[in-house]
Design a protein around this ligand. Structure first.
Ligand code: IPM
Ligand code: MN
Length: 371
């Protein structure tokens, strides 16, 4: 089959990790007989520099007509340190999410056995953790009314949610729970926020349609604590936009590195796949960025296109790279490999999945691992 993939490398380490994901997709293409046609678009700080607009119309149109979107990262320190900037790179991503109706962001968090020692958390606490975070992505305080008083002394961010916005992501979370351990935990702040009370009411009602799935509630402050005290208690976490942003970064510590966490944003039209790590500008161009989150995002992209076997091939290759420690410095400080070599290994392994056919010596020489 032929697939049109919109590629948005973005800022910082975005381009270098996305390059590895493309390389791995190409390897999948060779083995399973698919053609991935990539078309690049600008978004973020690089788009502002070139066009003045963080999401040029060309990029939006490209995304709309593609089968899927592979995105790198967004953000640049020159905007982070300038609160008065009129245009910000992040506006590009937020607009893209809104325009494409990408209301559901899925962030899987898994403790890989091989990396258990890399996490600052105790291994008996994190071992066996397997969570899927469902973060609402096009509503809440991110998209509410924003105001600053004329004298600049009072600021306002509004937060609103409708029953419809809550229901559509809740259905997806319950359906996912059915394929997993049949438990949904709704994370909210219903003891304080009106929007959270609407989430609880709506989700409680909707849960009756899924009697085989159990539903639990946690206030977000408690959830933040439970996530590192006893992460194994979670299966699917369902939550609103801001809480999901915060707890998914927190949860990444369980996996040993934020460089491993992939995500899928799905909704009304073309779905988008991206690592949850940011643009990590300090690492840009140094060849030290971990490509695994981007590569695992490509696996989620394949799953979304119904290419389940193909996605599994990538996941197996990633596990092999972890097992053999052909990984970057964030998870391999003793003998780190570069972004490109880590990506090469995974692409090679996808193309040649028999251990016996691999020449692991070559990897140290920066050569292909296929004999
Ligand atoms: C994320 C990021 C974005 C968000 C930023 C870049 C706008 O942190 O995808 O988690 O806050 O949603
Ligand atoms: Mn975030």
């Amino acid at each position: 089959m032929k697939y049109n993939i919109a590629v948005i490398p973005g800022d910082g380490i975005g381009p270098e990790v996305t390059e590895q994901a493309k390389k791995v997709l190409n390897a999948v293409g060779v083995v399973y007989n698919h053609t991935f046609i990539y078309d690049e678009g600008l978004m973020g700080a690089c788009a502002i520099d070139e066009t003045g607009n963080p999401l040029p119309n060309d990029t939006l149109e490209l995304c709309k007509r593609s089968d899927a979107i592979l995105f790198g990262a967004i953000g640049d320190p020159k905007y982070d340190n300038d609160p008065s900037a009129k245009v910000r790179p992040e506006q590009g991503l937020l607009k893209l999410r809104k325009e494409l109706g990408l209301f559901c962001n899925v962030r899987p968090v898994k403790a890989y056995d091989k990396l258990i020692e890399k996490s600052p958390l105790k291994k008996e606490i994190i071992s066996g953790t397997d969570i899927s975070i469902f973060r609402e992505l096009t509503g809440g305080i991110y998209f509410g009314i924003k105001e600053l008083s004329d004298d600049g002394k009072v600021a306002f961010d509004g937060c609103s949610y409708s029953v419809e916005e809550i229901e559509r992501i809740a259905h997806l979370a319950f359906l996912e729970a059915r394929k997993r351990s049949s438990k949904v935990t709704l994370v909210d702040k219903a003891n304080v926020l009106e929007t959270s009370r609407l989430w609880r009411k709506t989700v409680t009602k909707l849960a009756k349609q899924y009697p085989d799935v159990s539903l639990e509630f946690l206030f977000v402050d408690n959830a933040a604590m439970q996530l590192i005290l006893n992460p194994k208690q979670f299966d699917v976490i369902l939550t609103e936009n801001l809480f999901g942003d915060i707890i998914s970064d927190e949860a990444s510590v369980i996996g040993g590195s934020i460089g491993l966490l992939a995500s899928a944003s799905i909704g009304d039209s073309t779905a988008l796949f991206e690592p949850i790590h940011g643009s990590y500008p300090q690492a840009k161009g140094k060849g030290i960025a971990n490509p695994l989150a981007s590569i695992l995002s490509a696996a989620m992209l394949l799953n979304h296109l119904g290419l389940v076997e193909e996605a599994k091939a990538i996941e197996r290759a990633v596990e092999k790279s972890l097992e053999l420690e052909i990984t970057t410095v964030d998870i391999n400080s003793d003998k780190p490999f570069s972004t490109t070599v880590a990506g090469d290994f995974i692409a090679d392994y996808v193309q040649n999945q028999q251990d016996t056919d691999m020449n692991f010596q070559n990897i140290y020489l920066g050569q292909s691992t296929i004999i």
